[in-house]
Design a protein around this ligand. Sequence first.
Ligand SMILES: NC(=O)c1ccc[n+]([C@@H]2O[C@H](COP(=O)([O-])OP(=O)(O)OC[C@H]3O[C@@H](n4cnc5c(N)ncnc54)[C@H](OP(=O)(O)O)[C@@H]3O)[C@@H](O)[C@H]2O)c1
Length: 257
Amino acid sequence: MSSPTPSASPPVLRAVYGIDVPPGRPLDADEVATAYPWPEGTWVRAMMVTTLDGAAAGPDGLSGSVSSTADRAVFDAVRRFADAVLVGSHTLRAEEYSPMRAKPADAERRRAAGQLPAPTLAVVSGSLDLPWELPVWAESAQRPLVLTGAGADAGRLAAAREHAEVVVLPEVSPRGIVDALAGCGLPRIVCEGGPNLLRDLVAARMVDEADITVSPVFAGTGQSPTTAVLPEVVRADLVHLLAADGFLMARYLIGPR
Ligand SMILES: NC(=O)c1ccc[n+]([C@@H]2O[C@H](COP(=O)([O-])OP(=O)(O)OC[C@H]3O[C@@H](n4cnc5c(N)ncnc54)[C@H](OP(=O)(O)O)[C@@H]3O)[C@@H](O)[C@H]2O)c1
């Protein structure tokens, strides 16, 4: 059985479909980033890894145990020129997000393009029961954003404002989240999960693109994403497919909102 354990050497990503490079030639990091362009205006892409049995995490409850260096290379390529990295509070806590920073060359390219030097972390939470001990709050290039609702507890709101820029929405709807980020000058949004936040964004037709990695493992965790809130399936069109070490990295576009 293939192992998801990351190897020490850099991944060799090859185009299987939809990218015009000579057959068999590996893609370099810039070519991978170019394969995930950011269109003008507000654009929401979902970035997730799924196992062969539809789980979003391995037996340890984390996505890293079903990921790989190849999957991570695509993840990093998408982040390089994103404005906002959007996550639900459970993902932030489970995955213990690290500070958001960019390599100096990428920070320079971002500045030249009118972007902030690194992506801004944006966390959705109604409860505001967040892991304030993580270095991500104080050590990111930009102060992270927390998006919450008008019903948030006043004491927790005050605590949140010590660590983050807090955006209080009348209600925390998918459209409210996306509009708030765009209104903060962060229109290029990559939602890194988790499945619950992604489900709500898809149900509200707020996702333009899905960048999905299929991991060559069965997790047996029964954490399949649910589409129970959708009246019918939302179809996506395959744009390209990359492969490395048994992992498949697919880019799909979803129809207009
Ligand atoms: N396979 C992958 O690529 C991947 C990616 C990410 C995460 N994961 C895994 O997925 C799991 C976490 O995902 P999850 O689906 O359980 O949780 P999640 O979507 O990360 O977070 C859910 C939480 O986000 C907040 N939230 C979301 N929508 C909201 C709304 N409309 N209004 C108010 N708050 C809202 C709430 O926070 P409060 O409870 O604070 O109010 C809610 O409890 C972990 O095991 C993680 O490792 C996997």
